[in-house]
Design a protein around this ligand. Structure first.
Ligand code: NAD
Length: 369
């Protein structure tokens, strides 16, 4: 089959990592007709807006987009493209898989979970004000609706069923926030009855953080409200190996946008140095969404094998601190070519290889902000 998808190269390292994903996409044999749409700095220069209508129209038309990171200009009056995109397209579900790859860059090599975050309301609804003229008191209102809670919880159960996952864990603070937390909890409990084939459980947010820091391998799909989801997504990205390898996806009604968790890393722009894996795994999620499961599995395997083999990896995956077996770093494009080379060759029937020198080291100093 062939598909048409919007491609937003983005800013900074965005054009390099999206190019890398295109090279890998081509190797899968799935024909994707990329409709390139510029948002961010190039769009500001050429069209005086960071998010031209043509970009939104392209995504609405194609229903699927692969996006590079976009720089949020500081103090220029332009708002964040990422926030605007979410609002304009009503991208209500933010999905972040956290899967450890070949044991590298993680203390938890068995981590394989997905965080599903409600992305339209909660404490991020933007309902906030100063209480007094002196700005000595402020209030942010936490808006939780039954409609949005039902929608995100159903999304999480459907994802679990589609991806063959076994359990959905709802995370809230209903013991303290009795109305907002309680509403989300009720929505979860009632929806869970419609999915008897999927196990369901609840955790309080504080306990969830402790549990994740001790035994993330016990969790599968996590569904939660906006602020908790924002924090848990990053926590889980860290557990699984860090920013350079963390993909993401945003879903609306009939629309999906795939993008890495990391930003535009301006200091590496144009140097062919950035790690392309997060963008390539965002492509993998896109292929799964399109129903191209074998192609997606091949991309995942090729990434895994490239990282496990550790012959052609970018600087951040090659350094001591990330790996117990440091090697000479390769470029972004070389790593993409290596992954693409492996895509048609991987043997899906064999178990995933583990790295030769045992599980990797534990920190990721190169990706600290
Ligand atoms: P960042 O993710 O760009 O960078 C954090 C650190 O990680 C830096 O040291 C960077 O060099 C490194 N890094 C990030 N991705 C890397 C990769 N693929 N390979 C190697 N190193 C990598 O975060 P930031 O510095 O806070 O943000 C930079 C810009 O990106 C800001 O304008 C921010 O608003 C934007 N941003 C955009 C998105 C998005 O488009 N979804 C997400 C986050 C940040």
């Amino acid at each position: 089959m062939s598909y048409r998808a919007t491609l937003i190269p983005g800013d900074g390292i965005g054009p390099e990592v999206t190019k890398a994903a295109q090279v890998v996409a081509e190797a899968t044999g799935v024909t994707i007709d990329w409709e390139v749409a510029d948002a961010g700095e190039k769009a500001i220069r050429e069209k005086n807006t960071p998010l031209p209508d043509a970009v939104l129209e392209s995504i609405r038309r194609n229903k699927v987009a692969l996006k590079g990171p976009i720089t949020t200009p500081i103090g220029s009056g332009f708002r964040s493209v990422n926030v605007a995109l979410r609002q304009q397209l009503d991208l209500y579900a933010s999905v972040r898989p956290a899967r450890a790859i070949a044991g590298e860059g993680t203390r938890f090599p068995e981590t394989d979970l997905v965080v599903v975050r409600e992305a339209t309301e909660g404490l991020y609804a933007g309902v906030e004000h100063w209480v007094d003229r002196e700005h000595s008191a402020a209030e942010t209102i936490n808006i939780i609706t039954r409609k949005a809670s039902d929608r995100i919880v159903r999304f999480a159960f459907e994802l679990a069923r589609r991806e063959g996952r076994r359990k959905v864990t709802a995370v809230h603070k209903a013991n303290i926030m009795k109305t907002t937390g309680g509403l989300f909890q009720t929505a979860f409990r009632e929806m869970a009855k419609q999915y008897p084939d999927i196990a369901s459980e609840e955790r309080l947010i504080d306990n969830m953080c402790m549990q994740l820091a001790k035994k993330p391998e016990e969790y599968d799909v996590i569904v939660t409200t906006n602020l908790f989801g924002d924090i848990l997504s990053d926590l889980c990205a860290g557990l699984a190996g860090g920013l350079g390898v963390a993909p993401g996806a945003l879903f609306g009604e009939g629309i999906a946008v795939f993008e890495p968790v990391h930003g535009s890393a301006p200091k590496y722009a144009g140097q062919d140095k950035a790690n392309p894996v997060a963008e390539i795994l965002s492509l993998e999620l896109m292929l799964r969404h399109l129903g191209e499961r074998e192609a997606a599995e091949r991309v995942w395997r090729a990434v895994w094998e490239t990282i496990a083999e550790k012959k052609v990896v970018t600087y951040d995956l090659a350094l001591p601190g990330y790996t117990a077996r440091p090697v000479a770093p390769s470029s972004c494009s070389a790593m993409a070519r290596e992954i693409a080379r492996k895509v048609p060759l991987v043997d899906l029937s064999r178990p995933l290889p583990k790295p030769a020198a045992g599980w990797g080291a534990t920190t990721d100093p190169s990706l600290e902000t």
